[in-house]
Design a protein around this ligand. Structure first.
Ligand SMILES: C[S@@+](CC[C@H](N)C(=O)[O-])C[C@H]1O[C@@H](n2cnc3c(N)ncnc32)[C@H](O)[C@@H]1O
Length: 255
C-alpha cells in the first residue's frame, strides 16, 4: 500500500522536476496512476517502484507519462479552428506561424493543418507537449479508426484510411515540428514571431500563478494582433496587460 508519506515524496519530486502542483485533493489521482504504472511494471513491488520513481530518471519520465491526461479529439472546440481560418485569410500568402502548446497525441495540430490546407495557406506549426509517449503517437500520425468520426467528411481527404487505422497525409505531416516543452519552464530560444498559440485544456494542471506566468510568457511570443486560444471552459480571472480578452477563450496581443 502506498503511504501518505510516499505520495507526498512523489508529489514533491513532480513539482520539483516539472512545476506541476499536485494538490491534496488530487493526491488520489496520483495514487491511482501509481497503481496503474505498477501494474504495467509487473515485476516490481510497491516499495521498489516508489524508490525507482524517485531515483531513476528514466522511470520517473515514464511515470510522468502516466500522470498526464491526454484526452483530445480532432476538431475539438472547433470554433477556434474556424476563428483561426478567418484570421489567416486576412494574411493572404504571408507565412503564418502557429504553436500548439499542449498538443497531446497530435489531433489539435493536424486539425489546424486540415483547416489551413483547405485555404491553401502558407503556414508552419510547432507542436509540443510534456508527455513524450503522446508525442511519439503524434509523430507517427497514425490513429485508430474510431477517431475518424471526429473529422468532418470534407476533411477526410487529408487522411489515408487502412484496414485497422488511418494516417495523416505526408503533406500535412511535413508542416508540423514536434518537440518536448514543459509550459512551466518555457525555453528562451523560442522566437517572438507567432501568429497564434493554442494552449487549450492544459491549465487544469497549473495553479493560478503558473497560469498567469504562462500566459505572460505566451504573450511575449506573439506578434501584435496574434491570438491565444485557451480551452472553452478555461478562463483567467485576471487582466494581463497587453492581452485583450475577446470572448470564447480567445486573447489578442495588443499592438
Ligand atoms: C487534456 S490534453 C489537451 C490536448 C489538446 N490541447 C486539446 O485541447 O485537445 C492536456 C495535455 O497537456 C499536457 N501537459 C500537462 N502538463 C503540461 C506542461 N506542464 N507542459 C506542457 N504540456 C503539459 C498533457 O501531457 C496533455 O497532453
Amino acid at each position: 500500500m502506498l503511504s501518505d508519506w510516499q505520495i507526498k515524496k512523489i508529489s514533491e519530486k513532480v513539482l520539483r522536476e516539472t512545476g506541476i502542483v499536485i494538490t491534496e485533493d488530487r493526491s488520489s489521482v496520483l495514487k491511482n496512476k501509481f497503481y496503474k504504472f505498477l501494474k504495467a511494471k509487473s515485476n516490481l513491488d510497491v516499495s521498489t517502484c516508489f524508490s525507482l520513481i524517485l531515483e531513476n530518471d528514466e522511470i520517473f519520465r515514464e511515470f510522468l507519462d502516466y500522470l498526464t491526461i491526454n484526452h483530445t479529439l480532432f476538431f475539438r472546440e472547433q470554433i477556434h479552428f474556424f476563428d483561426l481560418a478567418e484570421r489567416v485569410k486576412l494574411k493572404g500568402q504571408k507565412k503564418v506561424k502557429i504553436w500548439s502548446a499542449a498538443c497531446s497525441i497530435g489531433a489539435e495540430p493536424y486539425t489546424i493543418c486540415m483547416v489551413l490546407e483547405d485555404l491553401k495557406a502558407n503556414y508552419k506549426i510547432l507542436a509540443t507537449d510534456i508527455d513524450r509517449s503522446a508525442l511519439e503517437t503524434a509523430k507517427s500520425a497514425k490513429y485508430p479508426l474510431n477517431m475518424l468520426d471526429q473529422i468532418p467528411k470534407t476533411y477526410r481527404k487529408y487522411v489515408n484510411i487502412y484496414d485497422d487505422h488511418f494516417e495523416i497525409n505526408q503533406v500535412l505531416k511535413e508542416k508540423v515540428i514536434f518537440e518536448t516543452i514543459n509550459l512551466i519552464h518555457i525555453p528562451d530560444n523560442l522566437k517572438p514571431e507567432l501568429d497564434a498559440i493554442f494552449c487549450r485544456n492544459v491549465f487544469i494542471y497549473f495553479n493560478f500563478e503558473q497560469k498567469i506566468a504562462c500566459l505572460e510568457h505566451l504573450k511575449e511570443l506573439l506578434l501584435p494582433g496574434g491570438v491565444i486560444y485557451l480551452g472553452l471552459s478555461e478562463f483567467i480571472p485576471s487582466h494581463i496587460p497587453g492581452l485583450k480578452f475577446i470572448g470564447k477563450s480567445i486573447y489578442i496581443r495588443e499592438a
